[in-house]
Design a protein around this ligand. Structure first.
Ligand code: OFO
Length: 167
């Protein structure tokens, strides 16, 4: 089934948005490394790798549909974070932005009768629920500690010990 041109364009832009997300999380990992927060650095670096996987999933899907992958320029992320809460807030904002885009692709694929794409993109719809939850719950935890940086250090230590955040 031939893909609608606008949908294909949006999907190619989504590949770019996923690569940008990887850039953003690698930038955050750099920031957290610079301020000696190894746990947060590990978390964000691991997340950057997940974003590369998201980009690859969509890249492979476009090829599977016999359509053309169009790789677009990746912007440099804005990295002016003042503190760890600021950075994690930026992560949540970005995930909300990605969610809006995924929902639009899902909605359009339904409207255009592209059922294969509708089914494919469902994985991302669910993934975004998890991604937003990850950063929202972290922010909730951090917002309790307010200005006490020693508590943020404790959260960082916990993250460092989490076995699922592998290098
Ligand atoms: Fe963070 O989920 Fe992809 O972008």
């Amino acid at each position: 089934m031939k893909m609608d041109n606008k949908l294909l364009e949006d999907l190619n832009e989504q590949v770019n948005r996923e690569f940008y997300a990887a850039y953003l999380y690698f930038a955050m990992a750099t920031y957290f490394t610079e301020i000696n927060m190894e746990g947060f650095a590990k978390l964000t670096k691991n997340h950057a790798k997940e974003e590369l996987d998201h980009a690859k999933r969509i890249y492979d899907y476009i090829i599977l549909r016999d359509e053309k992958v169009n790789l677009l320029k990746i912007d440099a992320p804005d990295t002016n974070w003042n503190n760890p809460i600021d950075a994690i807030n930026a992560a949540l904002d970005h995930e909300k932005f990605v969610t809006d885009n995924i929902h639009r692709i899902y909605k359009t694929s339904k409207e255009k009768g592209d059922y294969p794409l509708e089914v494919f993109i469902q994985w991302f719809v669910q993934e975004q629920v998890e991604e937003e939850h990850l950063f929202q719950s972290m922010l909730d935890k951090m917002s309790h500690v307010q200005d006490c940086s020693c508590e943020i250090v404790n959260i960082d230590r916990e993250l460092k010990l989490e076995s699922n955040y592998v290098e």
